[in-house]
Write a new protein. Sequence first.
Length: 540
Amino acid sequence: MISPVRHRPLARYVGRHLFAHTHCYCTAAAASSVPAGETHIDLSTVGALPPRSTAPRYQATAFPYEELYQHVLDKKKKDQSYRYFRSITRLQDQFPLARCNRTGKKVDVWCSNDYLAMGSHPAVITAMEDALHTYGANSGGSRNIAGHSSLVETLEASIAELHKKPAALYFSSGFAANEAALITLGSQLPDCVIFSDELNHASMIDGIRHSKAKRHVWKHNDLASLEALLALYPIEVPKIIAFESVYSMCGTIAPIAAICDLAERYGAITFMDEAHAIGLYGPRGAGIAEHLDFSAHQSGRLTGRTTMERVDVISGSVSKGLGTMGGYIASSARLIDLVRSVARAFIFTTTQSPAVMAGGRAAIQHQLQHPDGRIALQRNVAAVKRKMAAYDLPVLPNQSHLVPLMIGDAELTRRVTDLLFDEYHIYVQAINSPTVAVNMERVRISPTGAHGAAQQDALVGALVDIWSRLGLRKGSDWQRMGVWDAKDAAVTQLWTDEQLGLTLGPFASAASSLSYPLPDMPAEGHVQGAISSKAPASIP
Ligand SMILES: Cc1ncc(COP(=O)(O)O)c(C=O)c1O
């Protein structure tokens, strides 16, 4: 029992910062139970905890820190935004499978950002092993203090080569790259105004906020909304248009060329995040901007300025399609030198581990030469979307590799992911607020090149079954609600059938090298049965 005296500072804090009243304090007893298959972070696995002291740590009138922490956590549990982690171990030689650490069973991972399995590619593993043995685990310090090496120089040269930019700067995460670059630009350009797409990633939002520049948020991918805001300022005012090439929670693709047109008309520079597109689009894997001029980049016959050239700053992550860790910006030599010289998140941090940098470079070099991984992935994406459309599953329409399945309720989304995990051995993650708006909760599926036809059918069969068991809204229901039009629901992808080499024969999935289902997965009949009993007779 907490004394009224100890209550008071929390009540005051809560009254001021969290709620309008002072009686919303609740104790740990109110904490909801942990859902099946998931654990809170288990401190016993981290190390032995010191014995608990019974003596009070603070004087009676001090702020009740621990109670406040519990209060915030309880509130998150109540509004369904509390985050649960699933403990799985990825199986390097059986991508995309992982082992559930609770049950020991294998699960098929359909939500990884290691889209191209570069995290277990022999070229990456060998480069990392060599670097580890040659240079050791640590880089020696920040880039200013012993942390600058030929490894980081060659990595940055590869990044610049990938995006055909004069220079690049590597950071230890994509988050740090976005935040640092936008803070630098927004604070160094005098009276700068930043125009940010409303669905931008948290790293860009934080960079923009922390730059203290004036900012406007434009409606997602809405050129009229952007132009109306740009037109508020004279051409000589420095402006940055910040956006993503592909938005990871809805899969939508930005109208890049039209945004560049507006930037040129209104005297702005463009800052575009390609984090989820690197390795997955373009003949060389440089992203969506490269893909928009596919044949020019493929043939090397470049006439005029390409879309990639028109974007002033491209930011990216090495942690997704490139399979290791880190992030970067690529741009003009002067802009890169400015960020290198000013950005605190660049200057005051230790350079990435040599092995990670060597792995990142190997992944880029591999992608520049080998389009087969992205072609296999994009073929599977198109197949999954067509199968889902045949069963009216509510895929938020988009032209990218992402498959967001709308559910619209946090509790139901959790039930879907629990059922998939526990009964079908399929792992997808629930996406809820604040990552997406309340009532827009969804599961976000990311097929890989290794998800062959049998795995696709197992996934679609499980979803059809669960949608029917829980009575969830179908695609046509969302269309009736006006969330998207029937015409948008037609499956069209940025990768054309011709680019995927599918024009010569019937539509096919890329083959999986795994024999599937695995022996410790649910009986095939269970999963396949859902397809045959509840859905159209044949899958296109
Ligand atoms: C659009 C976008 N940008 C940047 C990042 C950050 O990249 P990283 O994971 O390398 O920090 C993410 C990560 O989820 C992202 O989705």
